[in-house]
Design a protein around this ligand. Structure first.
Ligand code: ADP
Ligand code: MG
Length: 286
């Protein structure tokens, strides 16, 4: 089972990329789970024919007892298991709260063991990498983090912040950096700018996606490029990225590893452990 988290600035193309990778893997017969970790809860729209699914947080809000996996997961196209963590109503609390609650519920219901997916992808908003948004970085959830960016300044800035956050959690019990996925916006000298920026923070660009109008055309049909335009160059690119993400090796955690999230490699307590995350989330939800 490969478990990866995709971070990046809002609007940079995370959900589009993740949904197409999910569709590419599923069409090769792999079992895939896609977990949207963005309060917008729109990660899986391309796999559900544009139908909004109930987020875990809204299910938990309406029904406190007896929630089952059927209540919080939906089979999208090609059988992809879709989950949206959701978030609080805007302005009413910590946006990371949905992630914390969703992850606790998925763990409690043994989602990983029940579905046994070949690939789990967390699609995480990376404009803020605090509290709940760092939850997928814990091993047990994701093993590897990929960051989607374009050559635009603000998305490169977000990339830098995410790299810093991932590094600050680095060590036993946390996901490792897999690399950067450059999703081009079509600006001048984009690859050059992105290469310089990623070199500065010491993270490689592992894959480059072109900007292609078939992405919008598929979106207008409420589906993925893989399904609607399977013969396009963009579909080939998503399939190649899917292979890379599924097969890229993950370094094995130390066998003497402590409970994820508790202690950093230096022996110092990580700045925000999961207990703090929960506390923060509860406090801000009051
Ligand atoms: P995020 O999940 O990071 O917020 P989305 O995946 O929703 O971003 O993408 C934002 C917009 O960018 C969408 O309308 C999508 O169609 C477009 N987009 C993403 N990647 C590409 C691409 N490679 N070529 C063309 N349009 C793209
Ligand atoms: Mg998104």
């Amino acid at each position: 089972m490969k478990k990866i988290a995709i971070y990046g600035k809002g609007g940079i193309g995370k959900s589009t990329t993740v949904s197409n990778v999910a569709a590419a893997l599923a069409s090769q017969g792999k079992s895939v789970m896609q977990i949207g970790c963005d309060p917008k809860a729109d990660s899986t729209l391309g796999l559900t024919g544009g139908q909004r699914i109930r987020s875990v947080l809204s299910v938990l809000r309406e029904q406190r007892e007896g929630v089952t996996l059927d209540d919080i997961t939906v089979r999208g196209s090609l059988g992809v298991i879709c989950v949206e963590s959701g978030g609080p109503k805007p302005g009413t609390g910590c946006a990371g709260r949905g992630i914390v609650s969703a992850f606790e519920k998925l763990e409690e219901l043994h989602a990983h063991q029940v579905f046994k997916p070949d690939m789990i992808m967390y699609d995480v908003l990376g404009d803020v990498v605090c509290g709940g948004f760092s939850m997928p970085l814990r091993r047990g959830f994701a093993d590897q983090v990929y960051i989607v960016t374009s050559g635009e300044m603000m998305s490169l800035y977000a990339m830098g912040n995410i790299v810093e956050a991932v590094r600050s959690y680095s060590g036993r019990g946390y996901a490792e950096l897999g690399g950067v996925i450059l999703n081009k916006k079509g600006i001048a000298d984009e690859e050059e700018i992105a290469r310089k920026a990623t070199a500065e923070v010491g993270v490689p660009i592992v894959f480059t996606l072109e900007r292609d109008p078939v992405v919008q055309q598929a979106e207008a049909l409420a589906t993925t490029v893989i399904e609607a335009f399977g013969d396009s160059a963009q579909a080939d690119a998503y399939r190649a990225l899917a292979d890379l993400l599924l097969t890229s090796p993950v370094s094995q955690p130390d066998p003497g590893e402590e409970e994820p999230g508790w202690t950093s490699a230096t022996g110092r307590r990580a700045s925000v452990g999961v207990r703090e995350v929960r506390k923060l989330a509860r406090r801000s939800s009051r």
